[in-house]
Write a protein that binds this ligand. Structure first.
Ligand code: ZN
Length: 239
């Protein structure tokens, strides 16, 4: 068998190896896993953010609750003074009245702030509950898909190993320098070897010069397409 015949066969097997790899990369299970992984990462970040927000709001709530209690205590102590008959002058009583109005206004303000904060916390709580439900659903789906993908991967890997071994068996009979050329070309082009069809390069469809075609027919040297640089393969050439 001529070198180019073997190389052509080698390329076909090499394409099969690539196909196995592409099948693995494009597997819908694999795509789904990548999607779910990104989703879970995003949701986790959001979850942490919301939890931090709730913590911050709870700290503020505690502070306001404390302020509210202080105001209530102040009013209680004023009332105690009245009951204990400690208020002796009208002026004192008027002063107490003014103070009480001030504290009452503060109490109303604090009460309003507490209501607003509680409502905000409740909204975040609902969001968090929703998020946690979706998160655990996605997590469950991830592990289910992972099991299926692992099974699929095993098949891909088995097929790929078989294709590689077939390819490498053929590769043993190819001259090292030619195989090296092939590998370099393949890095640049999707295929390194092009079949000559109707006097054209099967890779780029360029019409080949008559002199080049003649030389390919006559000689045993490898020839390259002047346009795309692929190694040219003439099928059925008699050696
Ligand atoms: Zn070409």
């Amino acid at each position: 068998m001529e070198q180019m015949d073997i190389l052509w066969k080698y390329q076909n097997l090499d394409i099969m190896v690539d196909n196995c790899e592409n099948q693995r990369k494009n597997s819908s299970l694999r795509q789904r896993l990548i999607y779910l992984k990104n989703y879970l990462t995003d949701q986790q970040t959001l979850l942490l953010k919301l939890e931090e927000e709730i913590d911050r709001k709870n700290i503020v709530l505690n502070r306001i609750n404390h302020e509210y209690e202080n105001c209530a205590n102040e009013i209680e102590s004023e009332r105690h003074k009245l009951e204990a008959d400690q208020v002796k002058t009208l002026k004192h009583l008027e002063q107490m009245h003014d103070d009480a109005l001030g504290i009452k206004a503060k109490l109303t303000k604090k009460s309003h702030e507490i209501t607003t904060l509680l409502a905000e916390i409740s909204v975040i709580d609902k969001k968090l509950a929703n998020l946690r439900t979706n998160f655990s659903k996605a997590k469950k789906e991830y592990s289910d898909v992972k099991v299926k993908y692992d099974e699929e991967l095993e098949v891909f890997q088995r097929e790929s190993a078989k294709a590689k071994s077939n390819r490498d068996d053929v590769g043993v009979d190819i001259d090292a320098s030619l195989l090296e050329k092939y590998v370099k070309l393949k890095d640049r082009r999707s295929t390194a070897v092009a079949m000559i069809e109707n006097e054209r390069c099967g890779g780029c469809n360029m019409m080949l010069a008559a002199i080049l075609l003649q030389s390919i027919r006559d000689k045993n040297d490898t020839a390259e397409c002047e346009n795309c640089g692929r190694l040219l393969y003439l099928q059925g050439k008699k050696s």
